[in-house]
Write a protein that binds this ligand. Structure first.
Ligand code: SAM
Length: 388
């Protein structure tokens, strides 16, 4: 059972539901899941990321790595410092900066190691989260605060330095498909008799059919019938625009995800779609509409293909655990006196970030580079590129 709603939340959910209902009616009764997800997350003033629920952090719906512990961003800062020094300063562009905690910790750590970027730009689609980021980053010392700018679109002049995105790719709306009876269907949403949302599928168009047959090859065998999963065609244009923004340096993508062979493994019969509401994880995207996050894992093979097509090099692919170990998480914990409360707290946070049953294995990091031949510190412990 999901936690119940306050009267205000119920009103908001009803407003988002009505808004999507109108879109379903205007689309002759069936809306693709991709469009549903886009409206539920990003409809102006209504969608989950556009409206004011607390979302990220212990009081919200889910906790991301930078919110679990500043150790994550302190390790990332070491990787960033190396790239920025090689660039002779350069800049950082962070996509989807959430509460701003990662930006605050990164800037503080980079200042301590005398490797501040000339500029720290944030591109955030959520006005609500951008306001929270401004509030948080206003607390930084003036010399750091002055480097932060918010962008409304990607910079026209390509940058030298880093582009960072933690848990952004999994928030891109995806298409859902069903392989059944020897055919490919696209999942979407229609209205039920009582006006609610019900899952409904239609015959897949040629593009989706071709994609599914390639992704799930050999299909129909050995994939079970029925078999359901997701694909995110928005990844290619997203990576292409980011590639066009990078003149020299690295794009680091952290996210839940898998290489393609594991993503579309025959045993993963219900795909990777997950919803997050007040720290509960479930798989019903039609519940709590506008009040819950909806995500799908990232097919990192697709990211690598998109990057190669956009003339970027896939310079590294590793688990979050391997990246954090390579950038010195153990040493950061060991700086606190053994037996102290702060050591115990940091050790607990580090375990959550690196243990396989927690965030260590499910989260991966991929480095995509341009005009770069210096090894990246975060990928010196593990190289999973052959799994792609
Ligand atoms: C799951 S949250 C992660 C927030 C933060 N990076 C963290 O780790 O705590 C997803 C973030 O991506 C933002 N977002 C979603 N789509 C985006 C896009 N296309 N460009 C930039 N930000 C986006 C959301 O508004 C939100 O800030």
């Amino acid at each position: 059972m999901l936690p119940s709603l306050t009267a205000e939340e119920a009103d908001h959910c009803a407003a988002v539901t009505e808004f999507i209902r109108q879109h379903i009616a205007a689309a002759s009764g069936w809306l693709s899941f991709e469009r549903f997800m886009e409206l539920a997350l990003y409809a102006p003033g209504l969608g989950y990321y556009s409206a004011g629920s607390s979302k990220i952090g212990a009081a919200g719906d889910f906790v991301t790595a930078p919110e679990v512990s500043d150790l994550f961003s302190q390790c990332l800062a070491r990787q960033c410092a190396g790239v920025l020094r090689t660039c002779g300063r350069g800049e950082i562009l962070e996509l989807g900066a959430g509460t701003g905690r990662m930006a605050a910790t990164l800037l503080t750590a980079l200042a301590e190691s005398d490797a501040l970027p000339e500029r720290y730009a944030i591109l955030e689609v959520s006005a609500d989260l951008a306001a929270r980021q401004r509030e948080r980053l206003a607390q930084l010392p003036a010399a750091l605060r002055a480097r932060v700018v918010w962008l409304t679109h990607l910079p026209e002049r390509p940058l030298e330095g880093l582009i960072l995105a933690n848990e952004v790719a999994d928030a891109l709306p995806c298409r859902r498909f069903l392989l059944a009876g020897g055919a490919v269907h696209e999942l979407g949403v229609a209205l039920t008799a009582d006006g609610g949302f019900g899952e409904a599928h239609v015959a897949a168009d040629a593009a989706l059919t071709r994609m599914c047959r390639e992704l799930c090859a050999p299909w129909p065998q050995p994939h079970p019938d029925p078999y359901m999963s997701e694909v995110c065609p928005r990844l290619e244009p997203w990576i292409a625009t980011l590639a066009a923004t990078l003149k020299r340096g690295a794009l680091l993508l952290f996210d839940y995800g898998l290489p393609r062979a594991q993503y579309y493994h025959p045993q993963r019969t219900h795909g990777t779609l997950r919803c997050h509401f007040r720290q509960r994880v479930h798989d019903d995207p039609y519940a709590r509409v506008g009040l819950q996050d909806i995500t799908a894992w990232v097919d990192f093979t697709r990211v690598a293909e998109a990057a190669t097509a956009a003339d970027l090099s896939v310079a590294g692919f590793a688990t979050q655990a391997a990246f954090l170990l390579a950038t010195g998480i153990e040493e950061l914990v060991a700086r606190e006196p053994a037996g102290s409360g702060s050591h115990a707290r940091l050790a607990g946070e580090a375990r959550r970030l690196i243990m396989p049953g927690e965030m260590g294995e499910a989260f991966k990091v991929m480095a995509l580079t341009r005009a770069w031949d210096t090894p990246l510190q975060g990928f010196t412990v593990q190289d999973l590129r052959r799994s792609l």
